[in-house]
Design a protein around this ligand. Structure first.
Ligand SMILES: NC(=O)c1ccc[n+]([C@@H]2O[C@H](COP(=O)([O-])OP(=O)(O)OC[C@H]3O[C@@H](n4cnc5c(N)ncnc54)[C@H](OP(=O)(O)O)[C@@H]3O)[C@@H](O)[C@H]2O)c1
Length: 344
């Protein structure tokens, strides 16, 4: 039997070969594929937007503020029932905090009760579902009860927390546990409970599940390592769930927003605060999501410029990406009060 010697490439050639491979793929596969998509996908998307039925029963986790609240308001219209799930923090009942809230900007201050009132004012039905998504048993029970009454058409696994930057002075479990429980386990539990409910429907009616990940799952500030890791895991999970769901007519989309102007990005403990005028408004993102979900795309990445930046960074040879990551970490660390010491 002929034995071929192992194919080895000298390591100093790796960056050059990577760059050439990316160039070849981009030129001969991605660009032609993008043109084909334009001719096949665009008319399909247009037809779906004109004729596809809109969901009548929707559940949104993390609906008390930001992207979730904007989604609820975007879908709110006569004949639609929306389940708004959030922690619905106790400060709702504290008079002092209520007064402080009045001084704040309104978009930061939604909680599920207030969102429900606005949804009802638009003639839709709203139910507030109070639950910590990390409490998976209670979450399943709440979703099952809602589904019994309303048959969920569209489920958003959207709740998430930013958490902290990596601080080597503290025990890593203190930060990591909660972020994984909420961002990953909570989102997976939401999606899988919905999946099970939709799987058993008669006539393969199925349903739709949208999982909010983040562009940071591809590439972002290295200081947010825990957050980024949970979002990267969600991209992978959602992509695979989409194919598992196909035979059951369950549509799964992963949403990867860039930097959006919400309570999360207003948090002074986040590693890098961008000027607010640079951030995308959650209302704009919610409209894009609603329009695109009608034609069941695998991912919804928005805004395009940030998606492009993360895509380009992924295409860099690894040696260059390594340096770019270091530079991004160093710049953001020097600009923020809470940056990781590892970069300063
Ligand atoms: N803002 C961005 O730039 C950005 C970018 C990419 C991805 N995302 C993702 O988008 C999603 C929504 O974030 P956002 O920007 O809209 O932030 P946000 O305004 O802080 O909203 C987060 C929502 O999640 C809920 N939530 C947090 N922990 C929860 C838990 N354990 N159980 C149930 N609900 C919980 C919050 O409920 P309470 O108000 O009741 O606490 C709130 O409604 C998150 O998954 C986030 O990671 C955001």
């Amino acid at each position: 039997m002929i034995r071929f010697p192992p194919l080895t490439v000298p390591s100093f050639l790796h960056p050059t070969i990577e760059a050439w491979v990316v160039w070849l793929i981009t030129t001969f596969i991605s660009i032609p594929a993008a043109f084909c998509t334009m001719f096949i996908d665009a008319p399909y998307a247009l037809a779906c937007n004109l004729f596809a039925p809109e969901p009548k029963s929707i559940v949104i986790t993390g609906a008390s503020s930001g992207i979730g609240a904007s989604l609820a308001l975007t879908y709110a219209k006569r004949g639609v029932t929306i389940g708004l799930l959030g922690l619905d923090s106790m400060y709702e009942w504290l008079v002092v905090v209520r007064i402080i809230r009045l001084l704040y900007l309104t978009y930061i201050l939604y909680n599920a009760q207030q969102v429900a009132e606005v949804v009802r004012s638009r003639r839709a039905s709203a139910e507030v579902l109070v639950c910590d998504v990390a409490d998976t048993d209670k979450l399943a029970q709440i979703l099952e009860e809602f589904d019994d009454q309303h048959n969920i058409d569209l489920l958003f696994a959207n709740a998430g927390q930013l958490g902290h930057t990596i601080d080597t002075d503290k025990e890593w479990e203190d930060h990591w546990d909660r972020i994984v429980d909420v961002n990953f386990i909570g989102a997976v539990a939401t999606a899988m409970t919905g999946f099970k409910l939709m799987e058993n429907r008669r006539n393969r009616r199925g349903g739709q599940i949208a999982i909010t990940s983040s562009l940071s799952g591809y590439f972002f500030l290295p200081q947010m390592a825990y957050y980024n890791a949970t979002k990267a895991a969600l991209i992978s999970f959602g992509r695979d769930l989409r194919y598992i769901g196909r035979p059951h007519n369950i549509k799964v989309t992963v949403i990867t927003p860039g930097v959006i102007d919400t309570r999360m990005t207003a948090d002074p403990h986040q590693p890098f605060s961008m000027p607010r005028w640079l951030l995308t408004k959650p209302e704009r993102l919610a409209k894009i999501i609603k329009r695109r979900l009608l034609y069941n795309p695998a991912t919804i990445a928005y805004p395009f410029t940030e998606y492009l930046a993360s895509w380009v960074s992924q295409s860099l040879p690894t040696a260059l990406l390594d340096d770019a990551t270091w530079l991004v970490g160093k710049v953001s660390s020097s600009l923020s009060r809470t940056g990781s010491r590892g970069f300063s």
